[in-house]
Design a protein around this ligand. Structure first.
Ligand code: ZN
Ligand code: ZN
Length: 229
């Protein structure tokens, strides 16, 4: 009998909304299966919303929803988590909001959220880490590339030359970054009418300051272009 089957047998009568701690799970299992060592009872390895410290567990081998550090709810093998709305989670979760702000400051535009985060995870070297899930809006890399080529090595905000070039394949390209003037997550289009190429400094600036003047300036540049050129 696998540990997975043991969980199912012991926990199948639990309500899926009840929060149960790892300690309680161990106690329930030990009532019936005393020989199973406590340290091999790791519900976190069978969580829908956990990265499991790098341990890969087969996709279908999931039974729990992680409710917090050491806290779980038993969802069973047929749990459908598609209704879990991450946007709602962020709205209700202050830490997630801070994380989103930080990512946006780092210039990662089109990530929108964390589903889960734990304060107390530690890896083998005792480094703290966070379990997180982020939604990235898909963007068309070809169009991003075209936008950069269109800028011809010059930042479209400060009008200065890209600070350096780097190799992409065997081609040297100027270091410019594609930026959606209106973010995809806010309904912006993923086409050349909404993408500018910025130097890393300006890219960071538009994310940190979100200055309306910069946004209008960039929109003007795009409006005065023949779309698709
Ligand atoms: Zn610039
Ligand atoms: Zn950007």
């Amino acid at each position: 009998m696998s540990i997975y089957e043991v969980y199912m047998e012991v926990l199948s009568s639990q309500s899926s909304s009840k929060i149960i701690t790892r300690k309680e799970i161990i106690e329930l299992i030990h009532k019936k299966y005393k020989y199973i060592p406590s340290n091999s009872i790791l519900p976190s390895d069978f969580c829908y919303n956990s990265l499991n410290k790098g341990i890969k567990v087969e996709k279908h081998k999931k039974l729990f929803w992680k409710e917090g550090y050491g806290k779980y709810s038993y969802k069973g093998p047929h749990f459908d988590n598609s209704n879990n709305n991450p946007d709602e989670f962020v709205k209700q979760n202050e830490i997630a909001q801070k994380d989103m702000k930080l990512l946006k400051e780092l210039g990662i535009d089109d990530c929108t959220l964390f589903i889960s985060r734990e304060e107390s995870c530690q890896d083998a070297d005792n480094k703290k880490y966070y379990d997180a899930k982020i939604r990235f809006y898909a963007r068309n890399e070809d169009i991003a590339k075209k936008a950069k080529e269109r800028a011809n090595g010059i930042c479209q905000l400060c009008n200065k030359k890209a600070p350096f070039k780097y190799n992409v394949g065997n081609q040297k390209v100027p270091c410019l970054e594609a930026h959606h003037v209106i973010w995809l997550s806010k309904g912006g289009k993923d086409d050349l009418s909404n993408i500018v190429a910025l130097c890393p400094n300006c890219h960071k600036k538009v994310h940190l300051l979100a200055d309306q003047k910069d946004i209008e300036y960039l929109q003007n540049i795009l409006n005065n272009r023949i779309i698709g050129d």
